[in-house]
Design a protein around this ligand. Structure first.
Ligand SMILES: Nc1ncnc2c1ncn2[C@@H]1O[C@H](COP(=O)(O)OP(=O)(O)OP(=O)(O)O)[C@@H](O)[C@H]1O
Length: 300
């Protein structure tokens, strides 16, 4: 349904935010995972038509959307990372206003759509409240209500759960999962758990390039039998990082746990564990860091 080929984007300051991205998305929830500055928002903004790439192609149902932006824009719901400040208008009035901007000019049809998106996002009982007085979670759900106007076939949500408490985050995830049943939902995040819990497909983006792609369960496959864990003291950690290929250090019940990638038992006290998505993600980040450091060393 959405096919991206060789997409690249360099900003005027010389930062290459996207470097030859190739992706094909069909129905379901698609996770875009990457650290700060990986290029997630750049990719989403480019798909949403808010900025032009330097090269590449985006096909939506076979139509080239860089040549014919309207082909996608009518079918797109975009939930950006940053929200503007809403005026003191009620949720109903604001949605009605945006529905007009989306081209839903027939009054009865518009009322029905606004009522439907309020129901889908569980905001019906708040429809007469000013959006400016909504909580963070309600804001996010209101953002989705806006994105749903016009019944989009593709929803792009850029780090939608940032700042939500666990309850709201869970409710929001369930809403996205319901929406993904019959459309494409593209979700960017740097929270590995979100991708593991929600997504049928995922890519790891680092430095504007796709480093890992597939079903979350398959992404860990390459690490099978190679991840080892050990509880260490804070003092031991630097030596561990020096001696072993440490992919992560996490706190568990106040204790520091290191995960190491090694072909065989790396040393006393290490226990082999089944790799999870977090291991796969941190392993890729480590590989990218190492490659970047090697490049810097060569230049130096
Ligand atoms: N308008 C811009 N002009 C110049 N550089 C930009 C611009 N937007 C983004 N960048 C740079 O491009 C790179 C990718 O940024 P982008 O916002 O796409 O990453 P991201 O993965 O969404 O990060 P985050 O998780 O922090 O939102 C970064 O180095 C960023 O500083």
């Amino acid at each position: 349904m959405l096919r991206i080929t060789n997409l690249s984007k360099t900003y005027p300051n010389g930062v290459k935010a996207l470097d030859g991205i190739n992706l094909t998305l069909s129905h379901g929830m698609f996770g875009l995972l990457g650290p700060n500055g990986a290029g997630k928002s750049s990719l989403m903004r480019t798909i949403a038509g808010l900025q032009k790439p330097d090269s590449g192609q985006i096909l939506f149902n076979g139509v080239d959307v860089l040549q014919q932006p309207q082909a996608l824009h009518r079918r797109l719901g975009y939930l950006p990372q940053e929200f503007g400040v809403y005026p003191r208008l009620s949720a109903f009035r604001l949605l009605d206003h945006f529905a007009i901007l989306k081209g839903i000019t027939h009054k009865k049809q518009r009322r029905e759509q606004v009522a439907a998106v309020l129901a889908q996002t569980n905001l019906e009982e708040h429809r007469h409240r000013a959006v400016s007085a909504f909580s963070g979670g309600m804001h996010r759900r209101f953002g989705i209500a806006l994105a749903l106007l016009g019944d989009p076939a593709l929803i792009i949500a850029d780090e939608p759960t940032a700042g939500l408490d666990p309850g709201e985050r869970n409710r929001f995830h369930q809403l996205l999962a319901r929406l993904a049943q019959d459309r494409v939902v593209m979700l960017s995040t740097h929270i590995v758990e979100d991708v593991r819990d929600l997504c049928t497909q995922a890519v790891v983006l680092v430095g504007g390039r796709i480093r890992l792609a597939g079903r979350p369960a398959d992404l860990v496959g390459g690490l099978a039998g190679r991840v080892w864990r050990k509880a260490v003291s804070h003092d031991q950690e630097p030596a561990m990082c020096h001696r072993f290929h440490v992919i992560s250090t996490r706190l568990h019940e106040g204790r520091l746990i290191v995960h190491v990638v090694a072909e065989k038992q790396p040393g006393p006290g290490f226990r082999q564990v089944a790799p999870d998505l977090e291991d796969a993600y941190f392993h890729v980040l480590r590989q990218c860091e190492t490659t970047a450091a090697e490049r810097t060393c060569h230049v130096a």
